[in-house]
Design a protein around this ligand. Structure first.
Ligand SMILES: N[C@@H](CCC(=O)N[C@@H](CS)C(=O)NCC(=O)O)C(=O)O
Length: 227
């Protein structure tokens, strides 16, 4: 019997993009189920009653939630393209960097782009520091995963795509080619991969989306992505 693979996601979510990217890299066909986060479906509440968030991966009778857990599941379930290195130490390092992106870098970048005044000054410093750390990690490599896109590159898709959008909408500047040449080169390289292009939302639509959300995001000063 053919296996059933479905992804519940939302077009602008970097978290559902992680799952779609991983499935595409593995060559696993899937059905995409569009979720309306303003009016969550009974299906989402049933499959993710704890967090009520996308993405959700449905694989036959298995329900998997949390994008990084889903990536690990995809890696362990389907052969072919490797998302993680073979060596256990290198795998541990990749997991460390993904945690760093989710817990340190992405929240700092989000606050730096959307806060104001003194809070923004402080957040900018912190975001720079984390982006410089990523820059150092990329030294001598094409991707975080080496010659090909891997776990860390997939997790960092929000930095590659989202930060440019935030900068344009808010007038902030984080991704300076002179200060972060390696990271900026990685972004160009990553965004020009065919498989990545297939998963990215249209830039104009993304700009419009964040223009419209600007006030609410600034007011919420939220540490987490509230798309
Ligand atoms: N830690 C989660 C985060 C997922 C997440 O924040 N999803 C957002 C969309 S980008 C969501 O579903 N938000 C709905 C809500 O917060 O009510 C993951 O990695 O999957």
């Amino acid at each position: 019997m053919a296996e059933e693979v479905k992804v519940m996601g939302m077009w602008i979510s970097p978290f559902s993009r992680r799952v779609e990217l991983a499935l595409k890299l593995k060559g696993v066909p899937y059905e995409y189920i569009k979720e309306d986060l303003a009016n969550k479906s009974p299906l989402l509440l049933k499959y993710n009653p704890i967090h009520k968030k996308i993405p959700v991966l449905l694989h036959n009778e298995n329900i998997i939630i949390e994008s990084i857990v889903i990536l690990e599941y995809i890696e362990e379930t389907w052969e072919g393209y490797s998302l993680l290195p073979e060596d256990p130490y290198q795998r541990a390092l990749a997991r460390f960097w993904v945690k760093f992106i989710d817990e340190k870098c992405a929240p700092a970048v989000w606050i730096a782009c959307w806060s104001e005044g003194k809070e923004q000054e402080k957040a900018m410093e912190e975001a720079w520091e984390h982006l410089r750390t990523l820059e150092n990690e990329l030294k001598g490599k094409k991707f975080f995963g080496g010659e090909t896109i891997g776990f860390v590159d997939i997790a960092a898709n929000s930095i590659a795509f989202g930060v440019g959008i935030f900068e344009e909408v808010t007038g902030t500047k984080l991704l300076d080619k002179e200060k972060l040449p390696i990271l900026c080169r990685w972004i160009e390289e990553f965004l020009s991969c065919e498989v990545v292009k297939e998963c990215l939302p249209p830039r104009e639509e993304s700009l419009k989306y964040f223009q419209a959300r600007k006030e609410a995001i600034t007011a919420s000063k939220s540490m987490v992505y509230k798309l």
